[in-house]
Design a protein. Structure first.
Length: 277
């Protein structure tokens, strides 16, 4: 799980209320799939798949990213699950791109295999897309500390949304799972961009896709601690910072350095300063 940093836990203020998940009885008009990314998650993958089994999914795809434990055999015990196994570890989010290419459903839900999320919460993301959203994000806002205590990655997430004209999204981002995409979103963004979540989000925002939050899922507490995602300036933080720089560069190359924002204050374009007398 990327982008959710344990060092924020000590100063986090959690709101007492959060958006409710969709009703368990909600039905879908379109077809749905789930893509699960996993690296050595033999203990938690069965829990994740059990919850997904409670959803109306036409496709379930597990992308095993360089697993050396029993993840493969554990997943194979679940009927109807497609397993894509890469012996060598790929890039951190490459599994999203691979899984998306293999799906044909109208809605694709993306989750990680490192901790269980209840089916009712996951269903909220499917319902949000089924009701018109192109991108349904996890609302992490209730679990963030005051802005002054945000880490650099969280600030960058918010800055990207602000720069692209969606300050209302705050720090909610495709770097965080769960989230869901419509088939239209996958086609417009391109499945290859899903390997760099901030870049995919920037593309979705630039194309004017319907982006909203679907449900507030606390991914901070259950997120598995690894050697590369703890402590200040850890490897995962540096990766995400680089991804956001790449995302901003991507849209600047298309829209210019001001990202299509008018220079109404300095009005430098097309105007020369008069020489002093």
């Amino acid at each position: 799980m990327r982008g959710e940093h344990k060092r924020m836990n000590s100063r986090r203020r959690i709101k007492k209320t959060e958006p409710r998940a969709a009703a368990p009885t909600a039905t879908l008009k379109g077809s749905a799939a789930a893509v699960i990314m996993a690296h050595n998650e033999q203990d938690t993958l069965p829990l994740v798949l059990n919850e997904l089994g409670k959803l109306p999914l036409a496709e379930t795809i597990v992308v095993l990213n360089g697993c050396t434990d029993n993840s493969f055999s554990n997943v194979r015990s679940f009927p109807g699950v497609t397993v894509v196994h890469y012996a060598e570890k790929l890039g951190h989010d490459v599994g999203r791109s691979i899984g998306a290419r293999l799906t044909k459903s109208d809605i694709v839900l993306f989750v990680d295999g490192d901790f269980r999320i209840g089916a009712d919460q996951l269903r909220a993301f499917l319902v949000a897309v089924d009701r018109g959203a192109d991108v349904a994000l996890n609302n992490i806002t209730p679990y963030l500390p005051l802005f002054r205590d945000w880490d650099d990655v969280t600030r960058l997430k918010a800055f990207l949304n602000l720069s692209m004209g969606r300050p209302d999204l705050l720090a909610n981002s495709m770097t965080s799972v769960p989230h869901a995409l419509s088939r239209r979103a996958i086609n417009v963004i391109g499945s290859s961009l899903l390997a760099v979540p901030p870049k995919a989000q920037a593309a979705a925002l630039r194309e004017g896709l319907a982006i909203r939050t679907a449900c507030a899922v606390n991914v901070f507490g259950p997120n598995r601690l690894r050697g590369n995602n703890v402590g200040a300036n850890n490897d995962m933080s540096r990766l995400i910072v680089g991804d956001h720089v790449e995302a901003l560069k991507h849209v600047m190359e298309k829209d210019g350095r001001r990202l299509a924002h008018l220079d109404t204050m300095r009005q430098r374009a097309g105007r020369l300063r008069k020489p002093s007398q």
